[in-house]
Design a protein around this ligand. Structure first.
Ligand code: ADP
Length: 993
């Protein structure tokens, strides 16, 4: 026996790795899990303990002819690598225990050919591979329980079904030469050959002669029912380490190791462990060990592993080891790929989840509602579901909604989209109010709201009748034109009420921005849709009545023309698909009833006017005004002032005075203001006179009482933070004062309440009548002192013209002319416009041209104004005047001046004149006539061409008491104005008609 150091399970190999798997072997289905970890296994037992001294060290018998044969299942053992096996067979257990006791812990481990079987005893030599390993049992444990036998447990456990875990350290390759004993039966032909004794670890026994049959150190095994085999060593064939083949194989194996290590961290640990522990004998330097290592760590095919074990030629072994290792690599690659795939799948979802959670938390921290967006989207969906959106709009809606879903709520884009969706879902697609075309209902409503206006109401009823027959009033635009305050807006409201439509009003006066009508593009910050879309949103129905105020004052835009945009909106031909810039989807406006109001028609763009049904609302005459005042304005004002049940009377005579000396406009707005003022004043007077006793004010009076009786408020604050004296008045104040800083001025403290104030009843003892005498107390001194500028007959040179003021009302305008020494110049004052100046020149020229006929001079050749200047003035000087219609009046004034003949101030005139004395038609007659009516004018001289206009369009009520004289030529004017004067007598010959 030789002592063999290199193969010893010394410190170098004691902690080397065992195969990664399959470390259970024999034993009947023993649970693998109970195997102790090999790395932590106790040091090999007695004879070869690593801690042993040098004397005892590494006494592995080199020749060991007969051993216990242990069949190993599933994978072969490789020299140099620990392996734990579980032994179940009681006989084998007993034998191993005895072996340990006796210090002969060596056995042969052979791989079972049939992988499904498992046994601790080899019954048939052919059931195992002939090549196995010679292994040392380094330690044993009880396999079932932790408490079991250690090294030398008693034998009492033999009948128990208790296994044994044995840690094996294979030393070298061996081959079975003969099965000596197969379990219970003694094979007959068993012969013990080549048995060498290795009694005593250190003492080499002399090689036994085969014939001797001397008892072996292993002879004790024979009394156990185990398998015993004769073996021979299977040494590796000598090789040259520097052989090119070998080196190449080794390099390849090392590189594959690296690859696997990269993929499989567990494997990497094993290799590092192993190589660190193999410092003394570098495994990477020894080809045969490297091959074993490769095979040992690979979980390859059993047969292939066995092949590695069986090859004794190093190159062969390396080749085979490389094969299993490569397979291992492929396996590892596949595994890692699978792992990666699964990982990435899980990781992605996981990541998303975590990020979302994080986002939620961040938002919560920032106070941004995290699921506000979902709610919003839900809200939009709900809204859209209740609407009848057209197909195209629905598509846009869906697109925008999915866009919003994808956007971060904080993004500015999201804001834009959200606003847009808001608008899109606020337009009342398909929602409308049922219309009411009942004529009687409409009549009732109109009469209820407005006095008079018969023509207007008739027009509206006609309009409704058509609507009733057609089933809709689509495609109609009503335009109410007339001076301010005549009720255009309120008529519009009444129409809406009569038709049972929603009402929306907006004014386009002075509007210059097309975007007001057409909307802004969505890209602008703060973009909004146009007015009409806003109107639809506001009213919530598709068929409102939209009142467009002041269409005549629509501005001229600087970029784009608002009136064209308005036309697009109003035009029934176009507005079935009105395209707002903001909405960007066509909106059907054809069901909207448009009503426009205007003061004058001249400034309305012609294409717009063309499409309108103009209804003129003229101003009111005095009687109408007083009716409106007593029937509508006064009761409304009375109620609004809280005097509904009080005895406050407005004398009709006072209303007359009001109309005559305070409110001369053709509208009633100013009158309404005055009446409101009267009732407000009356309320104040009542409250003042009756005092607080008669109209007790619960809280206010209480605090008012307590304050003077208590000490001064400031002292209250100073002493004890307003607790005692204030508690009398209001407990609320006290509480407030206590937990807040005391205020400097306690009297300022106000009680806060949500209680609605109750109206107070005016006592029956109150009687007030407003008469012309006390009217001044209510509305101040009259604005107009007299009906006309001239109370007494004016001097020659003054005539009465009729003007049309810019605000839509007419006016009676006196014209004064005078002459003085000078150089024949003409001076004009009174803020006169260019046209009116020219009119004056024409009038003067005509007068000069006809001076002889007029009897001003007696010589054709004489220039009668050579040394005189003429000055014309038109009061009131502050009011600008323009237009040609003062021609006749100017001429009359000149003739009056030069013939020194007075003009009857009851006669007013209007009309443009031409240089040869023709009278041309003028406009604004209705307002002028109204003004004349108010001023008490008895006769009006108007151009003949205006006759039809006056007779048809001016209400009879307005014309009442006025004599109309239609004139074609200035001569007629003069004859009419100066009728009965000396001058006129002369003209019968000199200036015949
Ligand atoms: P406009 O729009 O023509 O300038 P509004 O419609 O604002 O005038 O009318 C001013 C006020 O005069 C309103 O309070 C309205 O009720 C009242 N009003 C006008 N005409 C009448 C009328 N015929 N009957 C009763 N009230 C009237």
């Amino acid at each position: 026996v030789r002592l063999d150091a290199p193969d010893s399970p010394s410190d170098s190999s004691s902690s080397s790795s065992s195969p990664p798997s399959n470390n259970s072997s024999s034993g009947d289905d023993g649970p693998d899990g109970s195997d102790p970890p090999s790395s932590s296994s106790p040091p090999p037992e007695s004879p070869s303990s690593p801690q042993s001294t040098s004397i005892q060290r590494a006494a592995i018998p080199d020749v060991y002819p007969q051993v216990l044969a242990l069949p190993i299942a599933r994978r072969p053992l490789f020299p140099g690598f620990y392996k734990a096996v579980v032994i179940r067979d009681p006989a084998v257990v007993a034998a191993v225990q005895e072996m340990m006791k006796r210090g002969q812990p060596y056995l042969g481990a052979f791989l079972l050919k049939d992988q499904t079987t498992d046994s601790d005893v080899i019954a048939d030599i052919n059931s195992v591979h002939q090549v196995g390993v010679f292994a040392q049992v380094t330690s044993i444990f009880s396999a079932n329980t932790g408490t079991g036998v250690a090294t030398g447990a008693g034998r009492d456990d033999s009948d128990r079904q208790e296994g044994l875990t044995a840690v094996l350290y294979p030393h070298r390759r061996i081959r079975i030469t003969e099965l000596v004993k197969a379990g219970g039966q003694q094979p007959t032909m068993v012969t013990v050959e080549n048995v060498e004794s290795t009694e005593g670890a250190q003492e080499p026994t002399p090689p036994p002669s085969p014939t001797e049959g001397a008892p072996l150190q292993t002879s004790f095994l024979h009394k156990h029912d185990i398998s015993i085999v004769n073996i021979e060593n299977l040494p590796t064939q000598p090789y040259n380490k520097d052989d090119q083949h070998i080196r190449a194989f080794m390099a390849e194996i090392v590189s594959v190791f690296k690859d696997i290590a990269q993929l499989n961290p567990l494997f990497r640990d094993q290799i590092t462990n192993f190589s660190v522990n193999q410092v003394s004998a570098n495994v990477f330097d020894e080809p045969d060990k490297l091959a074993d290592f490769a095979a040992a760590v690979s979980a390859g095919d059993v047969q292939e592993l066995q092949d590695v074990l069986e090859s004794v030629v190093v190159v062969d072994r390396l080749k085979k080891a490389l094969l299993v290792l490569k397979k291992e690599l492929i396996n590892a690659e596949l595994q890692s790929k699978l792992a990666r795939d699964v990982d990435s799948k899980i990781a992605k979802r996981q990541r998303e989840y975590y990020l979302m959670e994080q986002l939620k938390n961040i938002k919560k921290e920032l106070g941004i509602e995290s699921d506000g967006k979902d709610k919003l989207i839900e809200k939009f969906r709900e809204r859209a579901a209740s609407l009848k959106m057209p197909e195209g709009v629905r598509k846009v809606f869906d697109e925008e909604l999915s866009k919003l879903q994808g956007l971060e709520p904080a993004a500015s884009e999201a804001n834009v989209t959200r606003n847009y969706l808001d608008w899109l879902t606020q337009i009342p697609w398909g929602k409308h109010t049922p219309e009411n075309y009942s004529i009687s209902h409409a009549q009732a409503v109109l009469d209820e709201d407005h006095y008079g206006l018969k023509d207007v109401k008739d027009r509206i009823l006609e309009f409704l009748a058509v609507g009733k027959l057609r089933g809709s009033v689509q495609g109609k635009i009503i335009c109410l034109s007339g001076p301010p305050g005549v009720g255009k807006t309120s008529i519009g409201k009444s129409i809406a009420r009569a038709l049972n439509r929603q009402f929306f009003r907006f004014s386009v006066g002075g509007l210059t921005d097309v975007a007001e009508i057409k909307g802004h593009r969505r890209t602008y910050v703060g973009a909004l849709p146009g007015k009409i879309i806003q109107a639809l949103k506001r009213v919530g129905t598709e068929n409102p009545l939209v009142l467009i105020d002041e269409v005549d004052k629509i501005g001229r835009g600087y970029n784009g023309d608002p009136s064209s945009a308005l036309l697009e909106m109003l035009d029934p031909e176009q507005n079935t698909a009105f395209l707002d810039h903001y909405m960007d989807v066509p909106v059907d406006l054809s069901r909207v009833l448009f009503v426009c109001t205007a003061n004058v028609l001249d400034t309305i763009p012609a294409p717009l006017l063309d499409r309108m049904e103009v209804i003129e609302v003229s101003g009111y005459v005095s009687e109408e005004k007083s009716q409106i005042a007593s029937r509508y304005l006064a009761p409304q004002a009375k109620e609004a002032s809280g005097l509904k049940d009080a005895d406050v009377q407005l004398d009709p005579a006072a209303v007359e005075v009001l109309i005559k000396y305070y409110c001369r406009e053709s509208g009633v707005r100013n009158l309404k203001k005055h009446i409101d003022k009267i009732y407000r004043k009356a309320s104040l007077n009542i409250v003042k006179e009756l005092g607080d006793e008669a109209l007790p004010e619960a809280l206010a009076s209480a605090s008012a009482d307590s304050t003077p009786s208590a000490s001064s408020p400031s002292s209250v604050v100073d002493t004890d933070s307003a607790s005692t004296p204030e508690s009398v008045s209001t407990p609320a104040t006290e509480e407030k004062a206590e937990d807040s800083i005391p205020k400097q001025d306690e009297a300022e403290d106000t009680t806060v309440t949500t209680e609605q104030p109750r109206p107070l009843k005016v006592p029956d003892s109150v009687h007030i009548t407003i008469t012309p005498d006390n009217l001044k107390d209510y509305v101040g001194p009259p604005i107009y002192h007299k009906d006309r500028l001239y109370v007494r007959p004016p001097p020659p040179g003054v005539s009465t013209g009729l003007g049309y003021l810019g605000n839509g009302s007419g006016a009676v305008m006196p014209i004064e002319a005078t002459s003085m020494p000078g150089k024949g110049g003409l001076q004009l004052t009174g803020k006169l416009g260019e046209v009116i100046r020219e009119s004056a020149q024409i009038a003067l020229s005509w007068t000069k041209a006809h001076a002889v006929e007029l009897g001003i001079t007696d010589d054709e050749a004489k220039q009668f104004l050579a040394e005189r200047d003429v000055h014309v003035h038109m009061p009131e000087g502050a009011i600008g005047k323009e237009g040609p219609s003062a021609g006749t009046a100017l001429l009359t004034a000149f003739v009056s001046l030069f013939t020194k003949t007075q003009v009857n101030p009851d006669i007013a005139m209007t009309g443009e004149i031409s240089l040869v004395g023709q009278v041309l038609p003028v406009g604004g007659l209705k307002e002028k006539i109204l003004a004349a009516h108010r001023a008490g004018i008895k006769a009006i001289l108007a151009p003949g061409a205006n006759r039809a206009d006056i007779e048809e369009n001016v209400p009879q009520s307005v014309k009442e008491g006025i004599r109309f004289v239609y004139v074609e030529d200035v001569r007629e004017v003069l004859h009419e104005v100066f009728k009965g004067t000396r001058a006129q007598e002369r003209w019968k010959e000199t200036l015949p008609l």
